[in-house]
Write a protein that binds this ligand. Structure first.
Ligand code: HEM
Length: 316
């Protein structure tokens, strides 16, 4: 996916082979180490990369903290895994200072997370530059669970992604979890009808209600794929087919005729395998230094104050 624009931006597989040959191994071993302690870090890292890429391209802007930064936007509620990226960056700085971008670490960590959970693996094109612009308002490019399919399609199209890419990428919800607050409105008085969302299966509704009761904790987490939240497999698409998707946006993939065909994949009655998953590989136009240090407390937060007043010069 997205290979031609990527090449023109100068990304390439093996980008660090000569100046930081262990870069990919270091990221991999760091992700593995955290994953072995807490497997829920894998979905967190995949989501982190996706949220980075949808706002100004994959430029690690999501890591920048500070007032009104992208990270503070409501769309980025619940993002996790920052400490894994920080740790990998520390190790990389020790062996090749100022070489490997945080945006590339995010892209590698997402690939490794999918691989560790049993999904496909792929070669990551590298050489992204870290951007310095991060504003909460930019996060409006991200999809919301209550977006109608038409809006989801528009938001993906704005990233150069097709309707087919939308279905493939949302298949990432085969791993991970969501807080009750993102879907409990479906469980009663949905769209002020007094009834629950009719697209939720009769068997699944009481399960969701038990997990997220009225006046319960809105931050309680529920698996996005009820059958195997830790495995990157086809059960998410089966759930969509059977009315067992948790988020409204996921379930809507089945109510839209075109998207339903995509969920089915090649064979009627079947569901697609999420094997083609690739998060877009591009980087932000405003990307700068590859080796910028944005570990907690060391990032370019100060730059945020001036970021929109002055665009940094392009590197030579
Ligand atoms: C229409 C598009 C999408 C919407 C509306 C959406 C929405 C959400 C929401 C509301 C959550 C729960 C967040 C929380 O409770 O903290 C979530 C989790 C997640 N999303 Fe998406 N998402 C979309 C597409 C994607 C894509 C394209 C990817 C990656 C390729 C992705 C990967 C994930 C993962 C892995 C999780 C679980 C995170 C965790 O367990 O920490 N999502 N998404």
């Amino acid at each position: 996916m997205r290979s031609s624009p990527v090449s023109s931006q100068g990304l390439q597989v093996g980008f660090y082979d000569s100046n930081c040959p262990d870069a990919e191994d270091i990221v991999r071993s760091t992700v593995e180490q955290y994953y072995n302690r807490d497997a829920t870090v894998a979905p967190a890292l995949l989501r982190l990369h996706f949220h980075d890429c949808f706002v100004q391209g994959c430029d690690a802007s999501v890591l920048i903290s500070g007032p009104s930064s992208e990270r503070t936007a409501p769309q980025n509620t619940g993002l996790r895994g920052f400490e894994v990226i920080d740790d990998a960056k520390s190790q990389l700085e020790a062996v090749c200072p100022g070489v490997v971008s945080c945006a590339d670490i995010l892209a590698l960590a997402a690939r490794d997370s999918v691989d560790l959970t049993g999904g496909p693996s792929w070669s990551v094109q590298l050489g992204r530059r870290d951007g310095r612009v991060s504003s909460a308002s930019g996060a409006s490019a991200l999809p919301s669970p209550a977006d109608p399919v038409s809006v989801q399609k528009q938001k993906f199209a704005a990233q150069g992604l097709s309707d087919k890419d939308l279905v493939t990428l949302v298949g990432a919800h085969t791993i991970g979890q969501t807080e009750c607050q993102f879907f409990s409105y479906r469980l009663s008085n949905f769209t002020a009808t007094g009834n629950p969302d009719p697209s939720i299966s009769q068997a699944f509704l009481p399960q969701l209600r038990a997990l997220c009761p009225p006046n319960g904790d809105p931050r309680r987490t529920v698996a996005l794929d009820k059958d195997s939240p830790g495995a990157f497999d086809v059960s998410f698409f089966k759930n969509v087919r059977d009315g067992n998707a948790v988020l409204e946006s996921d379930q809507r993939l089945w109510s839209d005729a075109g998207r339903r065909a995509e969920v089915r994949g090649e064979h009627p009655g079947a569901v697609r395998a999420p094997v083609q998953l690739r998060v877009p590989q591009g980087h932000g136009e405003d990307g700068r230094s590859r080796g910028e240090d944005r570990r907690a407390g060391r990032g370019p937060e100060a730059l945020l104050q001036n970021q929109l007043k002055k665009r940094p010069a392009r590197p030579g």
